[in-house]
Design a protein around this ligand. Sequence first.
Ligand SMILES: C[S@@+](CC[C@H](N)C(=O)[O-])C[C@H]1O[C@@H](n2cnc3c(N)ncnc32)[C@H](O)[C@@H]1O
Length: 438
Amino acid sequence: MDTPDPSAACRPSAINQLQAQDRAGHNWYRFVLSFPPHLVRDYLKRFGITSDQQVLDPFCGTGTTLVECKKLGIPSVGVEANAMAHFASQVKLDWTLNPDQLRRQAHEVAERTQTLLASDRGELRRLEPDRQQLLLKNSISPRPLHKTLTLLEQLQQHSDHRPLPHGQLALAKALVSKIGNLHFGPEVGIGTIKADAPVVEAWLTEVGAIAQDLQDFQSQASFPPAIVHQGDARQMRQVLTPGTIDAVITSPPYPNEKDYTRTTRLESVLLGLIRDRAALKALKQGLVRSNTRNVYKLDQDDQWIASHPEIQRLAAAIEAKRIELGKTSGFERLYARVTKLYFGGMAQHLADLRPILRPGAHLAYVVGDQASFFRILIHTGELLAAIAQSLGYELVSIDLFRTRRATATRAELREEVVVLRWVGDGQRPLSEHRSLQN
Ligand SMILES: C[S@@+](CC[C@H](N)C(=O)[O-])C[C@H]1O[C@@H](n2cnc3c(N)ncnc32)[C@H](O)[C@@H]1O
């Protein structure tokens, strides 16, 4: 589930929350509004997916679809472009680690870190300036940063490398929830600035929760394969085998001003997943263009929807509104373009996906209406459904998942599940294919 635009009255409703009985595995680290495991279960059931089939999440984020499939004994595969989300999914799917070993090693690391912290002479460790500049200002205070860097060094120096990723993910979770100053409302911002934070204790609590889940998981007999590739959902043929996917359950980004790389910036920088501006730019270029902060001069995804009248009309309406309102900032000038690039990127993704699907494959795309660009309503689900149909997919339904109300306009914003079916190339007359580009 994407984060709704900031102008919406958007307390996450109960339907979108992680239920207590679902926490195991999912709660190791997740986006604030990742879609809930029960939604994945509902669509697996509706599609009749069994353990001899394979599910794909091409925008897998923190891995909700894959973790839920693994719990249910269904093989799955994911693609994710953001290094932090990719890392989180990978770790969340590794249930082989011995929980006692994890606990023991974590306590050793914690002890060494506490000893070092107790003996430090007041000089605080800092990030190199290049890395510090990547952080949102004040997202972590100097003392918690010093403690975190000391802990990270001890984690990295640990001789047995096996448990390290679980320890790192536990730190990522603790950074966001207890150590840093971040506030999610649901857009990421700075909340209360803490002069200090119990870094080691917060980390040990998260490690303990992971160890407990591992112990519970390992009481079950066996698990199906679950792999997550770091890659681009617009070019999946590089990593996935043709004709291997029976169902897709996913939530792509929505066209709004949300920059996913900001949401995950603190932990991405501290874990060394983004080291400088060039790495950040490369990451953004691998994402579907959903906000004006990741639009580049040479972007061409809009070619994919050049002949799609609804999207051209929508982009023209956004640009006309900008002119009417006399808005001239660089970001505002990009609203029409990012709208076209977004739907173009999604068209490219849906086109690229076709050969990977088995004939008869079922697809569920969770998307939300948006009104971030001069309050012009973007019916994301309807437009995505129209693009999919033009690429040869069958539209089964557009289900309502929940609604939110935009504070500014009071307009109802629908969050929907676009349900599609891929009948397969061989079974459709050629005339039915109204492919947009290939
Ligand atoms: C709405 S989130 C998915 C949340 C996910 N359902 C979960 O449970 O955490 C959308 C994800 O798509 C990823 N993404 C955006 N563009 C992508 C692309 N071109 N290829 C792969 N992933 C992409 C973002 O990094 C983000 O993690």
